[in-house]
Design a binder for this molecule. Structure first.
Ligand SMILES: CC(C)(COP(=O)(O)OP(=O)(O)OC[C@H]1O[C@@H](n2cnc3c(N)ncnc32)[C@H](O)[C@@H]1OP(=O)(O)O)[C@@H](O)C(=O)NCCC(=O)NCCS
Length: 191
């Protein structure tokens, strides 16, 4: 399964991180670093990302490029059409060719939050994923991550259940409860 290198939506362009440069790593790191205090509450990788080199090696090369080549995950920068600034990231990962399923993850910078960009990004990425042959898309979030829960609700995902106390949450020092949301291709066709 392949996804396009660019996906266009109304106010944003999703730019594939299939072959990212160190220059891009520096730009992403600057955005992550500026939004670190907010992002680290929900994304454990933020505390492990402390330089542009970490961003480049751990995220862009070992994750984005490798998964794109293996067709196991497709990560995109969310770029504003108007300002050309990086607003955040959205990706589809854990792709199973056998089960024709995948999982979407996302984050936005401090400046980009509260403008509906993530709803637009998720909608654009799921469209392309269903077109490429995916049948089921999952989104998982902490039951207490209300902004993320709001995105999944707004995007029309169905809450299939809660995995209770399934992951140790280092930031909050507790076992977290995880929502499992999903959308099927047939759900999308009914929208
Ligand atoms: C989760 C996260 C991406 C949600 O971001 P967000 O800005 O709340 O989500 P959206 O971009 O869809 O924006 C939705 C808000 O924009 C508002 N909005 C403003 N202009 C809008 C427009 N033109 N269209 C749609 N919504 C608009 C909506 O009203 C909505 O806010 P409200 O309904 O709460 O009033 C963000 O909070 C984040 O990065 N969190 C940290 C990382 C994280 O938790 N990732 C997920 C891990 S599971």
């Amino acid at each position: 399964m392949k996804l396009p290198e660019q996906i266009e939506a109304k106010r944003i362009i999703l730019t594939g991180l299939n072959n990212p440069s160190f220059e891009i790593a520096k730009q992403i790191y600057a955005v992550v670093d500026k939004s670190r205090n907010r992002l680290r509450e929900w994304l454990p990788w933020v505390d492990r990302t402390n330089s542009a080199e970490d961003e480049y090696t751990n995220f862009l090369v070992e994750w984005c490029k490798a998964h794109w080549e293996a067709e196991e995950g497709f990560a995109y920068l969310i770029i504003s059409k108007e300002t050309k600034q990086i607003l955040g990231c959205v990706d589809i990962f854990n792709i199973s060719q056998k089960n024709i399923s995948g999982e979407i993850g996302y984050w936005l910078s401090d400046d980009a939050e509260g403008n509906g960009y993530m709803k637009e990004a998720v909608c654009a990425l799921e469209n392309e994923s269903f077109n490429a042959g995916i049948n089921r898309i999952v989104i998982k979030n902490d039951t207490k991550n209300l902004r993320s829960v709001h995105v999944t609700e707004q995007c029309g995902y169905v809450l299939e259940g809660v995995m209770r106390q399934d992951v140790w949450d280092e930031y909050h020092q507790r076992l977290r409860d995880t929502n499992i949301w999903a959308k099927l291709k047939s759900d999308k066709e009914k929208e």
